[in-house]
Design a protein around this ligand. Structure first.
Ligand code: ADP
Ligand code: MG
Length: 312
């Protein structure tokens, strides 16, 4: 893509296929998908269970390779990168929010938030400073020393949001981020994500099975049986979303610039582990096939904090 296109789009997906073999059966999880998401968009991908949402998200995030097709983020082709390059790319450009929060149970909220920064080789004082700012941003400044088990689901997900934001990523991927929350908390969390990323001109790609939630998106991509059935641009409709109370603005960007740039140091900070990026949904069918093996750890923990069904 040329320079102006690179400036305009956060993500481009071209002719994307993912085919799983189960025995001799071919499952076309993605069956020829094309779209482009402009920078600063809150994009919702909506479809029923099994429609291919998580597969699509995981592929965009470089967590799983496509069978065929192209994914271009920040002008770079994800499908051409090897595992080490993908890890570096995610550390520099991407944040994740999980359905089951995926916080480390033995760490405090602040420590959880600071974790992705350790993989950038940042010193402890700086990490804590940034984590505190992110914690304030999600309105939890009084909960820095709480462990996940001492917080409600909504609070835990706010910590999860702060952790995704702390590296100041250009893109945030969220797979059913409110799937474990009650309806009031769901709206709070959704508005919080939306407001923060709008202020920072970040791009969010959120997956949901819930049409009502998807209606909050500036862009709505409907997916069915691995194919896009409709793309809706919805920006004007959404400009009058109620504000939520926030604890400040995210002013970690300028400081983070040095931290998010790729450095030689980063490559030293890559312990190996498998990560399960997506909590299984509550269908036996989906649960049996959804475990995704991820090449390397990049600041998010595979196991969940206990009080959700992600580990079921
Ligand atoms: P969604 O997130 O929309 O519920 P998924 O992307 O998880 O859907 O799955 C899409 C389809 O691909 C489903 O039919 C699912 O069973 C299948 N699938 C997903 N992951 C795997 C896998 N690792 N192996 C085999 N089939 C899979
Ligand atoms: Mg899914």
């Amino acid at each position: 893509m040329d320079k102006s296109e690179k400036k305009k789009y956060a993500i481009k997906v071209k002719n994307l296929y993912k085919i799983y073999m189960i025995g001799t059966n071919k499952v076309r999880a993605l069956n020829g998908v094309d779209f482009a998401i402009e920078k600063g968009t809150f994009c919702c991908i909506v479809g029923t269970s099994g429609s291919g949402k998580s597969t699509l998200l995981n592929m965009m995030a470089g967590l799983e390779p496509p069978t065929k097709g192209e994914i271009i983020i920040a002008g770079e082709h994800m499908e051409r990168k090897n595992e080490a390059q993908l890890v570096n790319f995610r550390q520099a450009h991407v944040g994740f929010i999980f359905q089951s929060y995926n916080l480390l149970p033995n760490m405090t909220a602040l420590e959880n938030i600071a974790l992705p920064l350790t993989f950038q080789g940042m010193d402890k004082a700086k990490r804590l400073k940034k984590a505190k700012k992110a914690l304030k941003l999600v309105g939890l400044q009084k909960f820095g020393n709480h462990r996940p088990g001492q917080m409600s689901g909504g609070q835990q997900q706010r910590v999860g949001i702060a952790r995704a934001l702390v590296v100041n990523p250009e893109i945030i991927f969220a797979d059913e981020p409110t799937g474990n929350l009650d309806s009031n908390t769901t709206l709070d969390v959704l508005k919080l994500i939306k407001k923060i990323v709008a202020e920072n001109k970040q791009t969010v790609v959120m997956v949901t099975h819930d049409n009502n939630l998807a209606s909050y998106g500036d862009m709505i991509i409907r997916i069915k049986d691995g194919k896009i059935t409709e793309i809706e641009q919805n920006r004007q409709v959404n400009d009058n979303l109620d504000n939520v109370e926030l604890g400040g603005t995210l002013d970690i960007s300028s400081e983070a610039a040095g931290g998010t740039a790729m450095s030689a140091e980063q490559s030293v900070h890559q312990p190996e582990a498998a990560v399960q990026p997506d909590a299984p949904e509550q269908t036996a069918e989906a649960a049996s096939v959804q475990t995704v093996k991820v090449p390397a750890y990049d600041g998010y923990h595979p196991q969940t904090s206990g009080n959700d069904q992600g580990s079921a």
